[in-house]
Design a binder for this molecule. Structure first.
Ligand code: PLP
Length: 379
């Protein structure tokens, strides 16, 4: 089993929650780790490396061009400036935008997320349209009439519930010559999402490398129009300028590429069988026992294609408290709250690293306050 350096006092973690950055996101395959270790030990012309990897990203995502970014949030920042400054070196040198110079980036209010700091850090002015539960097309048209450098769409079922359909938004934006950036950071799997947003009209699409792709935690992908990718790359590492503060290591670039290729080549039928078996195992262990309900959920929290196991109950402990209890054990076990936080917890087979961890999670739940408070004994 892989280990961290000793003496740091760090706990062992079993992740059954999600690709959360605060516990490392996701884990890489041995092939990815090997490629990163090899890359770290040699010198490499960084621009040529990005060119070559960018071409492979473009081929896989069926776009004109691609690049690796230092995470999806960094990709969002770079995508934003590619739209706001393009190839204007003098304007790029003055970034972040200030005062009356600040271009507008349109975002729907129902899509505000904590990552929109990546857009605002460029100094671009966020123009919000719509409300938390509705957006009208005329609001987008009006904002486009006022002039904008980009429109940003956040992909994912909870964010898209009240948003204008992406193909429709793209059509309206393109009528005004305004590029569309799609933040699809956590939208993998399914593998088809790698090209779906581009096909729906997005000019740039951003993915996280450190989530469902199982790439380096500090990596991401930006793919789309060649002129915009070229503009972003001109203002990022290894060059100076705005993006230099989001420097990319060659380990990230190489590791991301290997992870992406493994992701598209994965036997997805077999992968889903593995995930379904894990979920069924958890459901079997708890459904109808101890006053609990357990069931298979589909899809993932943000609409991704993977099943989850749900365990629900009423009364004590509060789901939040049970999660805290298991996360303070040894090993720490991380579960997620159900979307309705009062109903129960979810177990995510995608982020578990092997089948044995499923049994560890089940045993931990059986030894927790959840079963101690249960109405009926285990039979
Ligand atoms: C995770 C996430 C990001 C940030 O991705 P990083 O690779 O961690 O920088 C941005 N947007 C959304 C919607 C996300 O889920």
């Amino acid at each position: 089993m892989p280990r961290l350096p000793e003496g740091l006092g760090l706990p062992r973690i079993i992740n059954a929650a999600d690709t959360y950055s605060e516990i490392g996101g996701s884990v890489v395959a041995p092939e990815v780790a090997d490629a990163m270790a090899q890359a770290a030990r040699v010198y490499v012309p960084m621009e040529k490396l990005q060119d070559a990897v960018g071409e492979r990203i473009a081929a896989i995502t069926r776009t004109e061009a691609g690049m690796v970014s230092a995470g999806a949030a960094a990709g969002l920042a770079m995508a934003t400036i590619s739209c706001t400054v393009g190839n204007d070196a003098a304007r790029a040198a003055r970034l972040p935008h200030e005062g009356s110079d600040a271009p507008a980036v349109i975002l729907q209010r129902c899509q505000r997320i904590p990552y929109d700091h990546a857009i605002r850090m460029t100094g671009a002015r966020l123009v919000e349209i719509g409300f938390c539960d509705q957006t009208a097309e005329w609001e987008l048209s009006a904002a486009l009439e006022d002039g904008a450098a980009a429109f940003v769409h956040i992909a994912g079922t909870p964010f898209e519930r009240h948003a204008i359909d992406l193909p429709r938004a793209c059509a309206l934006c393109h009528d005004h010559g305004v590029p569309v950036i799609v933040d699809a950071a956590a939208q993998l799997p399914p593998v088809e999402n790698l090209w779906r947003y581009g096909e729906q009209g997005a000019d740039l699409v951003v993915f996280s490398g450190g989530k469902g792709l199982n790439g380096p935690q500090g990596s991401g992908i930006v793919a789309g129009r060649a002129d915009l990718i070229a503009a972003a790359r001109a203002h990022m590492s290894p060059n100076h300028g705005f993006g230099r503060a989001m420097k990319l290591g060659r380990e990230q670039i190489v590791g991301l590429m290997v992870a992406l290729e493994l992701f598209v080549a994965r036997d997805w039928k077999k992968q889903h069988e593995t995930w379904e078996t894990r979920v069924a195992h958890v459901v079997d262990a708890f459904d109808g026992k101890l006053g609990l309900t357990a069931e298979r959920l589909w899809p993932g929290r943000l609409g991704q294609h993977y099943p989850r196991a749900f365990i629900g109950w009423s009364g004590n402990p509060a789901p939040r408290d049970l999660i805290a209890e298991l996360a303070s054990g040894d090993p720490q076990i991380h579960l997620d709250l159900h979307e309705d936080a009062r109903r129960g917890v979810t177990i995510n087979p995608m982020v578990l690293t092997n089948d044995e961890e499923v049994d560890i999670v089940i045993r931990a739940l059986l030894g927790s306050s959840l079963t101690r408070n249960a109405k009926a004994p285990v039979t």
